[in-house]
Design a protein around this ligand. Structure first.
Ligand code: BGC
Length: 916
């Protein structure tokens, strides 16, 4: 079958997502939409350097072009003040954008052009409106900081905003950020309009301009509460305070759950808030309370003078009972179609009553380890943000009802105090209670649940597709795998494994010759939440980030967008996207918030499910990550998240549960760190009891890349794949070679550290997943094809197969034939025998003037090693060198030529004896 991926439609849908995800917080003085007949002044260098996403695996998508906000405005027919633009262009050229160097080494903001007041005054004479753009990136390995240029505005940004405010009649501030930033100074300076335009991927500038010009009315809603100060967030007392541990003392009171219960006055903009160019009247017309559901019919009428969409949010206020509850919990959401003035739509929302139950981790209700719908009144509020939502209806629960009986799992092993509301005179204050600790014997639990061993048969000629075609059972198939095969199949190979699409994160399943012989294909995983990261330089589509998608509150549009993503993956022979990222925005300083959706697990689960449903159409899927409680980047490989079982189940696991049960998730990635003392990569309760037994998950699980694994109480050991496999975390990501590795699996089989039946079970999980992939169809010779149409960069030279070079300790590659034309890239890959710090020596010449600057940037696995800037050399060969760590057997490189005029001769890699 041939499917069509229409690139134009993909671009249009992504731009729509951007315009629906933008959150307008303020719009006074008729500042927006822009008047098409009037010239505007655009301030801020980010007008040329739109942040399409954050950095790291959630953003390293190579694109042909990013549409900046400036491009978007000009394409929309807006006249932009030329003199100011030229001044910025010149300064930007003289002060090049700082790419930074190395993984996690990018600066998160850029130097801003100091403004000359004379120029501002002069520009204000011809322009009524100024648009100021402020940008931030974010990424892995580091958190935001309470510092200028990070969570706070820099002095130059403050100066820019101040002088523009003083001189312009109308000021529009656009925040091109992945995550909320401090609003104190912004409020003081008081621009007329403030919009979180987030990071909208490669077509972000178009979607943004569509909102600014009024083509689309903004309809995005805040997926997080914006409090006055970072210290107002309930997790602040513990976030990042200890190097190796974060105590989740705020418990279930995360984000608006805390603010609406205890501290309404600390909120600047409530969860769910966002303005439109028009206004809506929201009325709950009908409510019906049946046994299992509350059904609400809500009419939404556009009573303003613009077209627009509105979001309807339903919140529940559960009785305090003995467990204590948040004053509001989101339990329903829908978005209207675009309504013209005076048009009305009735939106139907059904709330599943069982899902309103709370988890009793202490036994205070008499039902320990159960979800309990405590007796009392359940009230429902309907509106377009948590604060203004109005009472709609309620029902009385006569007595406590157990909706699910579970077993204690993943509970803390050390007690600490958590928040619990104390109610006096109708108001809540913060009380504390001790968190119950685990009573589970984890080793005994594993042994009780050991699967049955399948007798080894050796090769019976059964291929994996015979299982798919109903000819043989999975057990018959697995029976053929030897211990050695079982030890290989739990290894993911990468990064950049030559078994799968070049430049991707890993191959899994068929990672040895034997395994391939059984018809097990190598499945392919590629980062990440905002599009495919193809480190060899292949261009891909870069999507709006997770926070922006969540802000759209539009499940249908999300599915539509990810239908395209799915087709693009299929076209590139990628089976699993390493996303969506689903961790909860617990604190605004977390460095990876931009990849994740929200502070709310319901919204998170619904949006992730929508993404998965979209991808499924093309026979591919996403990997929900990071499972679970990956809420801080600093020291992420070691941090222990100490969380109550209730908070885990109601907040940190809930989104994943929704994605498994409603979104059909079939691929999961655990985290780098620990939850309650145990690294998640080897956590049986997490990977087996909760994920599979309770939620009915049927897919396969993987570790994060080179993650730590441990046995309770012991130090982490990356070679302890037996501990990982026992927990039923199926695949270790990543090993340099699927055939051989220094892990302990075979030895553990000998000494009783793992049972064969456990490895067989993991193998069946992996093969079970592969049964439904395009990879298996290809292995069987019945693969579908995807034809990409309307893609301008279709004829990419990068699509040529990437050449791998074997390296023992050093190698010199002759690059004299490489085309070094401005804007082109050249990719190659190394297959290393030795890991360590390598010296990279580039030799080139140029006949250009001595003052010419001819930069070429070298990227290793998508990350900038550095820029080698040559001058004219009078035609003589000149060498420049840098150092780069190489710890992955297959390392892909890309050289990007930013200027014409370089004659490249060679590149040499030499292993140094330096320690990392
Ligand atoms: C990230 C993952 C990512 C993986 C592969 C890790 O650094 O935490 O989210 O998918 O790398 O690139």
């Amino acid at each position: 079958m041939e499917r069509i991926l229409d690139w134009n439609k993909y671009l249009d849908t992504a731009a729509k997502m951007v315009s629906e995800g933008i959150v307008m917080l303020k719009n006074e003085n008729n500042a927006l939409p822009l008047d098409a007949d009037k010239e505007v002044a655009v301030f801020g260098r980010i007008q040329f350097h739109y942040y399409k996403s954050g950095t790291g695996s959630g953003g390293m998508v190579n694109v042909t072009k990013v549409v900046n906000i400036l491009d978007g405005l000009i394409d929309n027919g807006i006249k932009v003040n030329e003199k100011l633009l030229d001044t910025y262009r010149k300064w930007d050229k003289e002060n090049p954008f700082d790419l930074g160097e190395g993984w996690g080494g990018e600066p998160w903001s850029q130097k801003e052009m100091p403004l000359d007041e004379g120029l501002v005054k002069e520009t204000a004479k011809s322009c009524e409106t100024a648009i100021v753009i402020i940008g931030r990136t974010a990424g892995e390995e580091q958190d935001n900081r309470l510092e200028a240029g990070s969570y706070l505005l820099s002095d130059d940004e403050i100066a820019m905003l101040t002088v523009v405010r003083e001189n312009f009649k109308k000021v529009v501030l656009l925040l091109n950020v992945g995550n909320i930033i401090d609003m104190t100074v912004i409020n003081r300076i008081a621009p007329d309009s403030v919009l979180y335009v987030w990071q909208g991927g490669m077509t972000g500038g178009k979607g943004t301009a569509d909102v600014l010009t009024g083509k689309v009315s903004p309809s995005g809603k805040l997926p997080d509460t914006i409090a006055y100060k970072a210290s107002d967030y309930p997790s602040d007392a513990n976030f990042g305070r200890e190097k190796n541990r974060d105590i989740y003392a705020e418990d279930i009171y995360v984000g608006y759950r805390y603010f609406e219960t205890f501290a309404k006055e600390k909120v600047l903009y409530p969860f769910g808030f966002g303005l439109s160019y028009t206004e809506f009247e929201i009325k709950t017309e009908k409510t019906e309370i049946t046994e299992g559901a509350v059904k609400l019919s809500v009419s939404v009428k556009n009573i303003g003078s613009y077209k627009g969409k509105e979001v309807i949010e339903v919140y529940c206020e559960a009785p305090q009972g003995r467990l204590g509850k948040a004053a509001r919990v989101l339990c329903g959401l829908e978005k209207t179609r675009e309504l013209v003035p005076q048009e009305e739509q009735v939106v139907e929302i059904a709330v599943d009553i069982a899902k309103l139950a709370s988890y009793d981790d202490s036994g205070v209700t008499g039902n320990k380890s159960c979800y309990v719908l405590e007796a009392g009144e359940y009230k429902f509020y309907v509106g377009s943000d948590v604060r203004s939502a109005e009472y709609a209806c309620s029902f009385e629960q006569g007595e406590d009802l157990v909706t699910e009986r579970l077993t204690q799992s993943l509970a803390p092993v050390e007690s600490f105090e958590r928040i619990k509301p104390v109610c006096e005179g109708g108001a809540f204050s913060i009380g504390r209670e001790a968190v119950p600790v685990s009573e589970v014997d984890e080793s005994a639990r594993r042994l009780e649940k050991l699967p049955k061993e399948i007798a080894y048969t050796g090769d019976k000629g059964i291929k994996l597709w015979d299982v798919k075609n109903g000819k043989n059972t999975m057990d018959e198939f697995i029976a053929q795998l030897s211990d050695y095969d079982l030890s290989c199949i739990i290894r993911g190979e990468g990064m950049g494994s030559p078994r799968v699409t070049a430049g991707t994160a890993s191959a899994f399943g068929g990672v040895s010759e034997n395994l391939n012989g059984f018809g097990i294909p190598a499945g392919c995983c590629s980062d990440g939440p905002s599009g495919m990261r193809l480190d060899c330089g292949t261009k891909a589509f870069s999507l709006p980030n997770g926070t922006m998608i969540a802000s759209s509150f539009n499940k249908e549009l999300t599915s539509e967008l990810f239908t395209f993503m799915g087709l693009e993956m299929a076209a590139n022979k990628v089976d699993c996207l390493l996303g969506p990222g689903m961790n909860i925005h617990r604190h605004p300083l977390n460095g990876r918030n931009f990849e994740y959706f929200s502070e709310d697990p319901f919204l998170t689960g619904k949006m992730a499910s929508a993404e998965l449903k979209g991808m499924a159409g093309a026979g591919v899927t996403g990997t929900i990550k990071h499972f679970c409680a990956n809420n801080r980047e600093t020291n992420r490989h070691f941090i222990d998240s100490v969380v109550s079982e209730r908070a885990l189940r109601e907040i940190y696991l809930k989104g994943f549960e929704i994605a498994v049960k409603e979104g059909g998730a079939s691929s999961v990635m655990t985290t780098y760190g620990r939850v309650n003392g145990l690294w998640t990569a080897g956590n049986f309760d997490l990977n087996t009891v909760i994920l599979r037994e309770e939620w009915g998950f049927k897919g396969f699980t993987m570790t994060d890349w080179w993650a730590n694994i441990n046995v309770r109480g012991k130090e982490p050991d990356k070679t302890d794949l037996a501990a990982m496999a026992r927990a039923q975390n199926d695949v270790y990501m990543v090993c340099p070679d699927g055939e051989k590795n220094d892990d302990n699996t075979l030895a553990a089989l000998e000494n009783g550290g793992i049972e064969r039946c456990e490895l067989q079970r993991n193998a069946a999980n992996i093969c079970g997943f592969l049964l439904h992939t395009n990879a298996l169809k290809r292995a069987e010779g019945i693969g579908d094809t995807v034809k990409v149409i309307n893609r301008e960069d279709e004829e990419q030279e990068d699509d040529k197969p990437v050449q791998f070079y074997k390296v023992d300790r050093d190698i010199t590659l002759d690059l004299s034939d490489v085309d070094t034309k401005k804007g082109t890239s050249y990719s190659f890959a190394l297959d290393l025998s030795n890991f360590g710090i390598y010296r990279v020596i580039v030799t080139a010449s140029s006949t250009q003037s001595e003052l010419a600057q001819i930069p070429m940037t070298l990227f290793s696995m998508g990350t900038a090693v550095g820029t080698f800037t040559f001058n004219g050399t009078g035609g003589k060969a000149v060498s420049m060198e840098k150092e780069t760590p190489m710890f992955s057997r297959f390392t892909t490189f890309r050289i990007y030529f930013a200027q014409n005029g370089l004659d490249l001769h060679s590149i040499r890699f030499e292993l140094t004896d330096k320690e990392r």
